[in-house]
Design a protein around this ligand. Structure first.
Ligand SMILES: CC(C)(COP(=O)(O)OP(=O)(O)OC[C@H]1O[C@@H](n2cnc3c(N)ncnc32)[C@H](O)[C@@H]1OP(=O)(O)O)[C@@H](O)C(=O)NCCC(=O)NCCS
Length: 321
């Protein structure tokens, strides 16, 4: 019997449970995943299937698109199979299902990621014509062991230059334009982030629905650097459900303000927030080409785990997959 069927609303707990079992350092929260899926509805093309054996979900396969680099014929694939069910053709069946569903869109490229220690998944993809394009370091900071001493006085030195750091929660209290200012700041800085595909604009409406909302969003964990009334830098984290963990989303400084220690000071502030609020770990992932960001994180004591490899398969327009 074919174990593959379409994903159903009731599959969320089992699929998130499987993902978290396989990716403990990139765990997802149930409610936030539901929120993310709902907020992508109508904005990206998306399809998901599960493999079910004896009533148990043992694998997931899906296609979606990158909201920040949208192209109607470019897709992102994700697939995973419970270790005890690997080697039985389930991954292949899920993959074939995903590709079949994509045919109608005439895809020109497929991207996916795999951890460097998943040799079976890597081989699976290489055999199907995927080639590595970049690596990201997935890193974790044990908050209690963070190296904050070298940065004592950094925020005060910036203050003496007219720069201050405030949380988004504080700014929201007095500035009705805070969210649109954050959107403008993010939209400018994200253009300089190393990435796989050219960035496409993210509207304010999409930003509100997909970033500054949802159960894991907490404006107290978003920090902004200001020079007088000008917003010049940001470092923002999300909660991960009820876990004692924070997930770094985005850090950046506007070009004219770079090299002054602003990003470093913002990240120090995020670690202090974690300490003061009882979080045990902060996780992040960084493009291996982003020397500045990696240096900032290394200094704070982030430890790198298995890298995440990005792979690409380019398809000749109209080619049979
Ligand atoms: C990465 C980025 C946030 C750094 O911001 P910044 O405010 O200029 O960083 P800082 O001034 O705090 O730099 C702190 C340290 O980073 C390191 N650093 C900065 N630029 C560097 C570079 N080009 N190469 C290597 N290390 C660098 C240095 O160690 C520096 O400390 P030092 O000046 O005392 O030696 C900024 O370049 C940026 O916004 N880039 C685009 C967005 C992005 O890629 N964000 C990360 C993805 S979430």
């Amino acid at each position: 019997m074919n174990p593959i069927r379409s994903f159903a609303e009731t599959d969320y707990p089992a699929t998130i449970g499987l993902w978290n079992r396989l990716n403990p350092d990139r765990s997802r929260s149930l409610e936030d995943t539901r929120h993310t899926d709902a907020s992508l509805e109508g904005k990206v093309r998306k399809g998901r299937w599960v493999a079910e054996v004896d009533g148990e979900i043992v694998g997931v396969g899906e296609y979606s698109q990158n909201l920040g680099s949208l192209h109607p014929q470019k897709f992102i694939l994700e697939g995973y199979v419970a270790p005890e069910f690997q080697g039985q053709g389930i991954g292949k069946a899920l993959y074939d299902q995903v590709l079949e569903a994509l045919q109608g869109y005439n895809p020109i490229s497929l991207r996916t990621t795999v951890r460097e220690n998943s040799s079976r998944a890597l081989r699976f993809l290489q055999e199907r014509g995927y080639a590595e394009t970049k690596r990201d370091w997935v890193s974790v900071l044990q908050v209690a062991e963070a190296h904050l001493e070298p940065f004592v006085g950094l925020e005060e030195r910036l203050k003496a230059q007219g720069l201050e750091i405030r949380s988004l929660a504080e700014l929201l209290q007095t500035d009705p334009q805070a969210i649109s200012k954050l959107h403008a700041l993010f939209s400018e800085i994200r253009l300089d982030t190393p990435r796989s595909e050219p960035p496409t604009p993210i509207s304010l409406e999409t930003f509100v629905e997909n970033v500054v909302s949802g159960p894991d969003y907490d404006p107290k964990a978003f920090f902004i650097a200001l020079e007088n009334i000008e917003w010049v830098g940001m470092s923002c984290m999300f909660r991960v459900g009820q876990a004692k963990e924070l997930d770094h989303w985005f850090t950046g400084t506007r070009r004219p303000w770079r090299g002054r220690g602003i990003a470093q000071a913002l990240k120090v502030r995020t670690v202090r927030f974690a300490r003061e609020n009882g979080f045990a770990t902060i996780r992040t992932d960084n493009d291996s080409r982003n020397a500045a960001m990696l240096a900032i994180n290394d200094r704070l004591g982030f430890r790198r785990g298995a890298a995440q490899i990005s792979l690409l398969k380019e398809l000749v327009h109209g080619a049979v997959l």
